[in-house]
Ligand binder design. Structure first.
Ligand SMILES: C[S@@+](CC[C@H](N)C(=O)[O-])C[C@H]1O[C@@H](n2cnc3c(N)ncnc32)[C@H](O)[C@@H]1O
Length: 300
């Protein structure tokens, strides 16, 4: 699959999951997502009046919170490359009565911003590891920032520390005899190694880099509830499973549920560990950087 094919397939599958994301966003954030958002907003230390860009925002959960913090004098561009996600952001922003949030279709790997459009902070929760070229996306993020601007992100830690998702992916791989993905292949755990993330941030020109591992648990009412939620919300996973003949689907589901039983509680609920890597850094204070050619921004 070429990089372009990957990007198109990813955009389509995430777009197909947008309704699920929009419905989920009506409920309060919980588990690892809530922890990641709380950590990111604490590190970003946004101030009233600041300009914020959220990338790969899904239904815009973090961006909507940021908009409340920066207030009417500030501005948030909340973006995703899947148009259906951006529609969900717009609808949520309108019903929250936010006049300082703009929902915009943007590919984080090739940001098309206005010529003079720069931000005090870029936020991205659970996005960069899914991108075909995270190095390009981080370089684009640096260029979107003012000198000294802050990037704050969260990605998933290693698969072994995230059984809430890994058990399903492993069941799919085992069923088809597929080898584990090559290091560097985009996917939920692609940036789960701190050194890789740090290298990419450094290469993109960030300074004052800090990386922190956060651990939590996710609880589901039942193992069926766990399976239904994760397989619906994971865009590419939902696409893969949705295209399978029933016997394959049932076999994978059976394997994953059997594996999950070890996390079952007496009341039937499942409590599964989750590990996040949070990172932040600053764009350097110089106005010109290698690779930061302003003409790569196009006016819209
Ligand atoms: C796992 S979801 C996370 C959504 C949201 N950040 C959250 O934490 O609730 C990943 C999102 O990344 C988006 N995405 C993936 N690659 C992207 C890219 N190159 N540019 C912009 N968005 C991208 C998908 O469309 C999807 O909405």
């Amino acid at each position: 699959m070429t990089a372009e094919d990957y990007r198109a397939a990813s955009r389509e599958s995430w777009g197909s999951a947008a309704d699920v994301w929009a419905r989920a966003a009506d409920e309060p954030d919980s588990g690892a997502s809530a922890l990641a958002a709380e950590w990111m907003l604490a590190q970003a230390a946004l101030k009233p009046g600041e300009r914020v860009l959220e990338l790969a925002a899904g239904a815009g959960r973090v961006g909507l919170q940021a908009a409340s913090i920066v207030g009417p004098e500030g501005r948030v561009v909340c973006s995703d490359f899947a148009e259906a996600m951006v529609k969900a952001i717009r609808a949520r922003s309108q019903s929250a009565g936010l006049s300082n949030l703009e929902a915009r279709v943007l590919d984080a790997e090739r940001l098309e911003l206005g010529e003079d459009e720069r931000f005090d902070a870029v936020l991205c929760r659970f996005g960069y590891m899914l991108m075909g070229d995270p190095a390009a996306a981080l370089a684009e993020s640096a260029r979107a920032l003012i000198p000294g601007g802050r990037l704050v992100l969260a990605v998933w830690g290693p698969g072994a520390d995230n059984p809430w998702l890994m058990m399903i992916l492993q069941a799919v791989m085992d069923h088809f005899g597929a080898p584990p993905p090559e290091p560097g292949t985009p996917g939920p755990f692609a940036l789960g190694v701190e050194q890789r993330l740090e290298g990419l941030l450094t290469q993109a020109g960030f300074t004052e880099i800090a990386i922190e591992r956060l651990e939590t648990e996710q609880t589901y009412d039942s193992s069926d509830g766990w399976w239904d939620e994760i397989t619906a919300i994971g865009g590419p996973l939902a696409s893969v499973l949705g295209a399978l003949p029933k016997p394959d689907f049932d076999a994978i589901r059976g394997t994953a549920l059997a594996e999950a039983a070890r996390f079952g509680r007496a009341d039937g609920a499942l409590t599964l560990p989750a590990a996040i890597i949070g990172a932040h850094g600053r764009r350097d204070y110089t106005t010109s950087r290698a690779g930061a050619s302003p003409q790569r921004f196009s006016s819209r």
